[in-house]
Design a protein around this ligand. Structure first.
Ligand code: SF4
Length: 147
């Protein structure tokens, strides 16, 4: 069984988590890394604490106490305007300090964000295609279903 902690961008702190929980159920977006027949438990859910992300230093400790096997940085960090400039550092820090693998992304990228980012420089500047590779693999039909 996989046990995951999710960190969302504090700019979306009021988000009800609908897309993330749906995607986990559907094994879509970055949750496609888990086979459908593998149980996945969410053992923690928190915001980054607000720029520059002070909670990232602490919340993985709580995830780990609950048995976390991985941390997901929510899709909002990738698709926001601008995208979070600290994703790479968050990933490196959590993987180094807590020895937990970090997967960038949760639910599929809604197609409308794909369309907007195709016209913007942010993703290219940050190497996002490679950093959020699991999200980029998703087909356009699924992305449209998450608009
Ligand atoms: S942009 Fe990054 S550091 Fe700022 S609130 Fe969002 S996740 Fe946190």
């Amino acid at each position: 069984m996989a046990k995951i902690g999710i960190i969302i961008c504090a700019r979306y702190k009021d988000c009800g988590g609908g897309k993330c929980f749906r995607a986990l159920r559907e094994r879509a977006g970055a949750f496609a890394v888990y086979p459908r027949d593998e149980e996945v438990e969410i053992v923690g859910f928190s915001t980054c604490g607000g720029c520059p992300g002070g909670n990232v230093e602490y919340v993985p400790a709580e995830f780990k106490k609950n048995g976390a096997t991985a941390v997901h940085l929510a899709t909002g960090l990738v698709v926001g305007y601008p995208p979070c400039p600290h994703i790479r550092r968050f990933k490196a820090f959590i993987e180094t300090a807590y020895d937990l693998p970090v997967i960038v992304g949760t639910h599929p990228i809604p197609q409308k964000y794909m369309d907007a980012h195709a016209k913007l420089p942010f993703w290219k500047e940050n190497g996002m295609e490679e950093l959020a590779g699991e999200l980029m693999k998703e087909g356009p039909g699924v992305k449209a279903a998450y608009n």
